[in-house]
Ligand binder design. Structure first.
Ligand code: TXA
Ligand code: MG
Length: 333
């Protein structure tokens, strides 16, 4: 812990001086910069190779730190914050003049999150400034859930990497927008739609989320604009039971194919495999998902056929990330 305290002090100084620090959060590692310093924020986009039109989440340690950044904090936002902060929920609200355009990519809104991870909170508190942070991976590749993932992607491109524990949630925060008339889910995560609805009632699900899970027929979407979280291998999601999946592999796999399946299934297959949690345990799948996608590349795969998870609860987030990694290429058997 002494080591942690010293490193956090160093990292906080780097942030205050306009530098970049990668740090753990409960969801994924983040790449932080002073959210109030436009020049510092620009460095994030360069280090990640991130398109400038993709806005960043601002991380805070308290509602007090957030207040100067937003136009208002209405009853719905307060209720959500009370129930889910600190934790893996990001709330989009109208922003104030204090938020630089670079953070919000020119939008009138800002995304705010209060992480629960102890190191993340200590860092933000020590720096005493709001910290804008996307996931600390190279743009397009799987999000980082361990310090090793960050080092693999960003070593030499940032000022400091806080080499700490693995992330306990494993998928990025749930993103809900309160900027429109009705609350709208923009990205599913560990905080589920059902849990959000308990607090603020009906929630619209953004089309991008919904379409990604309602595709239950064969979808071939070449040139799909957004391909995210993807390993170098081509990802195809297989929606079927294990028997049919196994049969499909026996007919379609070659020596460059890797199977991505649930815990305990690999030994029944006759090709290299990576397992990502038990079939009926969405939380475990979330923790293991991004690491599994990276391992697929380490095995030298050209193609990976992935078992399709259940999409209830946290499974919605797991399915959403996988479908994106696959560029929405899903085969139903
Ligand atoms: O769990 C997380 O949220 C992690 C950790 C580091 O906190 N961060 C993260 O950031 O996932 P990033 O940049 O990879 O994803 C942020 C998402 C993007 O999809 C972005 O488009 C959306 O939030 N976003 C940010 N600001 C927004 C805004 N004002 N309006 C709509 N979407 C916004
Ligand atoms: Mg990201």
């Amino acid at each position: 812990m002494q080591n942690d305290i010293e490193n956090i002090r160093l990292a906080a100084d780097i942030l205050k001086n306009g530098g970049l620090v990668a740090f753990p959060t409960e969801t994924v590692y983040g790449l932080g910069a002073n959210a109030l310093d436009s020049e510092a924020v620009k460095k994030i986009f360069i280090a990640k190779g991130r398109p400038q039109d993709n806005p960043l989440i601002v991380h805070i340690d308290s509602v007090e730190m957030m207040m100067p950044l937003v136009k208002g904090f209405d009853e719905r936002a307060k209720a959500l914050a009370e129930r889910f902060w600190p934790g893996p929920l990001t709330i989009i609200m109208e922003r104030s003049e204090a938020v630089p355009d670079t953070v919000s990519a020119g939008l009138s809104t800002v995304a705010i999150r209060m992480p629960s991870d102890e190191i993340a909170r200590a860092l933000i508190s020590k720096a005493g400034i709001p910290v804008s942070a996307p996931s600390a991976n190279l743009s397009g590749s799987p999000s980082p859930t361990s310090a090793k993932h960050v080092i693999d992607d960003l070593s030499g491109r940032v000022d400091m990497i806080l080499n700490s524990h693995n992330c306990t949630v494993g998928v990025e925060s749930t993103v809900i927008s309160l900027a429109g008339e009705k609350p709208r889910l923009l990205r599913p995560g560990f905080v589920t739609v059902e849990e959000l609805s308990e607090v603020i009632g009906e929630i619209e699900i953004d089309k991008a989320v919904y379409e990604s899970i309602s595709n239950d027929t064969v979808v071939n979407a070449p040139g799909m604009k957004y391909k995210h979280y993807a390993p170098k291998a081509k990802v195809v999601v297989i929606k079927s039971n294990f028997e049919k999946y196994k049969e499909f592999l026996s007919q379609n796999a070659d020596e460059k194919t890797v199977a991505m399946c649930f815990a305990g299934e690999g030994k029944a297959l006759s090709l290299p495999f990576v397992e990502f949690g038990e079939e009926n345990n969405s939380k475990q799948q979330a923790i293991m998902l991004f690491d599994a996608l990276r391992k697929v590349d380490e095995l030298g795969a050209k193609t990976v056929y992935v078992r399709c998870p259940d999409c209830k609860g946290v499974g919605l987030a797991v399915t959403n990330r996988l479908f994106k990694a696959a560029g929405f290429e899903v085969i139903e058997l």
